[in-house]
Ligand binder design. Structure first.
Ligand SMILES: [Zn+2]
Length: 332
């Protein structure tokens, strides 16, 4: 800290330190965070011995220089690097009255109490303590939660599958229609031999080869519906797969696994000339989903769940009596 004061700040206030070409990249960026930081810190003047009179943001969240400009320093006849204590006498504000700005300052600070003790800097509110998570939340702008968030990020997911599904919701895969449009690929014809264009909507799951895989998984999860393109599947999943009871949970697990393994198969065909039939892809998906289910230590034994268990050939020892509270499973 002393090193910072002596070398980086050269004994001037952190809030007044200039950003110059001589600043290192890291120091420059620390200084640039001040515009965000000033929204989050609360300066409480007590004895005035820790705060810079002109530069620290103790006047209703702002510094005097910011509010009134440099002229007020000159008008006051008080040194630039002085502390706030220089205008406090016996627990009361005492300002020079040599300019309109100083008179206004006097009026403003009358409303600022001066409790006994040392000056304090609070985080966000009085008594607030700095923490990295709080700082992150206050400094980084947050977007509203996406409607598909719970379809992608659900408990006990398989991370690499969820990441692939997240990319799909973002339309982030480099499908052949995109590569063709920028001249990277000679053709945009689907690699699974259906003769149609490869788009996200086609791959998940309009393409007959992939539709057969997804339809099989839907049946295993006790969903009586046919496949469609990604526009339909994504809208359906957002509407129907929000909960975490066993059926939506295993359907989300299957959806993410299907998207992941079908994308891997597409890449294998395209770049490695390696082919698997749909039964083999289903086996890979089933293996991942069943492996995850075997890690559960309790699934409520009801007609729906036991039907799904039967379809997936899951061990019935995982089923146990209990009330379905919406999350009808738990994991050891
Ligand atoms: Zn196709």
């Amino acid at each position: 800290m002393n090193c910072c004061l002596a070398v980086l700040l050269k004994d001037c206030s952190f809030w007044a330190a200039p950003v110059t070409k001589a600043c290192s990249w890291s120091w420059r960026n620390i200084l640039l965070t001040r515009r965000y930081l000033i929204q989050s810190v609360l300066y409480e003047v007590r004895d005035g011995n820790s705060f810079s009179l002109w530069h620290d943001p103790w006047v209703l969240g702002d510094s005097i220089v910011n509010r009134f400009g440099e002229r007020v320093i000159y008008d006051s006849g008080i040194l630039r690097n002085t502390l706030t204590s220089s205008v406090i006498r016996e627990g009361r504000w005492e300002w020079p009255t040599t300019s309109c700005d100083l008179l206004e300052l006097n009026n403003i600070t009358v409303a600022i109490p001066l409790p006994a003790g040392r000056d304090k800097v609070h985080w966000m509110k009085k008594g607030g303590i700095f923490s990295l998570p709080q700082a992150w939340l206050s400094l980084v702008p947050h977007s509203p939660v996406a409607s598909w968030a719970k379809v992608v990020w659900f408990p006990k997911r398989i991370p690499k599958h969820s990441f692939c599904l997240w990319l799909t919701f973002f339309n982030g895969h480099k499908t052949l229609d995109k590569l063709h449009s920028i001249g990277v690929s000679h053709s945009d014809t689907c690699i699974f031999g259906c003769g149609q264009r490869e788009t996200i909507n086609h791959l998940f799951f309009s393409c007959p080869f992939i539709a057969s895989i997804w339809n099989h998984l839907l049946t295993l999860c006790e969903h009586n519906r046919g496949s469609g393109g990604w526009d339909m599947v994504s809208a359906w999943s957002i509407q129907k797969l929000q909960g975490n009871s066993f059926k939506p949970w295993i359907t989300k697990l299957s959806l993410a696994a299907a998207v992941y393994h079908c994308w891997v198969q597409r890449n294998n065909r395209l770049f490695r000339n390696s082919f698997c039939n749909s039964e083999s892809v289903i086996q890979l998906i089933v293996s991942d989903v069943v492996g995850k289910c075997r890690g559960l230590d309790r699934v409520v034994d009801n007609q729906l769940n036991s039907g799904i268990f039967h379809n997936w050939n899951l061990p019935s020892s995982l089923l146990s009596a209990g009330v379905d509270t919406g999350r009808s499973w738990s994991m050891s």
